[in-house]
Design a protein around this ligand. Structure first.
Ligand code: ZN
Length: 114
């Protein structure tokens, strides 16, 4: 059987961040696109892998891609962390497999009790 797996990207939203631009060497607003990637098997989402931000400085136009969505790399991260969560459907595979394992264990326990 052919196993198809990989990762796929989902756009979470567009926003603005106040960043320190390495090109301008000062603080400016930057247009941002927040993207998350998830692992899939047969195109069924299994679990989310990472979130990245793509930034474009509004002052000089410097483009920076795949910046990790973390507090160390972005100012005001806490404000945006709750706003851009992983979509619920990126957990579908993990939930289905978890429920399958739980049902299997419960079946074994119920057979042992009899
Ligand atoms: Zn700049």
């Amino acid at each position: 059987m052919l196993l198809i797996w990989g990762s796929k990207n989902v756009n979470l939203g567009i926003d603005e961040f106040f960043i320190s631009c390495p090109s301008c060497e000062s603080y400016h607003w930057a247009d941002s696109l927040i993207v998350c990637s998830y692992f899939h098997i047969w195109f069924i989402p299994m679990f989310p892998k990472s979130k990245e931000v793509n930034l474009i400085c509004t002052h000089c136009g410097l483009k920076r891609y795949d910046i990790p969505f973390k507090s160390k790399t972005l100012d005001g991260f806490e404000h945006f962390r709750r706003k851009y969560r992983y979509p619920w459907y990126t957990y579908i595979g993990a939930v289905v497999i978890g429920w399958g394992i739980a049902a299997f264990i419960l079946t074994l326990i119920l057979q042992a009790v009899r």
